[in-house]
Design a protein around this ligand. Structure first.
Ligand SMILES: [Zn+2]
Length: 126
């Protein structure tokens, strides 16, 4: 049986993983190391990629670099941490205000209007 660690425990494991390796080239590699840290607390602990990504993005001690791909989908919330997005507007040639991109209030993720994350890398910023 798997058990789910608390947010605090995951945050601690992320910190431990970042302190050891300083940066990770992908979400999968970060999660692998975080899982190793968690298993020191409890061998039956597990954590999903999504939860690792969200908590890493919101940690305050990690800079997330995002490679993006083109999309036609509308995004409602931050695709990195699930936080609230603020619209970046610009004036069009016709004098209309148009949305050209987004910035996330909680993790500072920034993108153009037709972009979605493709790959992540994580860097210790402390
Ligand atoms: Zn975000």
């Amino acid at each position: 049986m798997y058990k789910l660690p608390t947010e605090e425990e995951i945050r601690g494991a992320i910190y431990g993983a970042m302190k050891k390796k300083k940066s990770f080239p992908s979400l999968t590699s970060l999660r692998e190391e975080v899982l190793k840290e968690l298993k020191k607390l409890d061998a039956s602990y597990t954590v999903s990629l999504k939860r690792t990504r969200i908590l890493a993005a919101r940690s305050g001690f990690i800079r997330v670099e995002v490679k993006k791909k083109h999309t036609n989908k509308k995004i409602e919330n931050c695709p990195v941490c699930g936080g609230k997005l603020e619209k970046i507007r610009n004036m069009s040639l016709l004098g209309e205000k148009i949305v050209i991109g987004y910035v996330c209030k909680s993790c500072r993720y920034k993108s153009k209007v037709n972009e979605l994350p493709l790959r992540y890398s994580f860097h210790f910023s402390r």
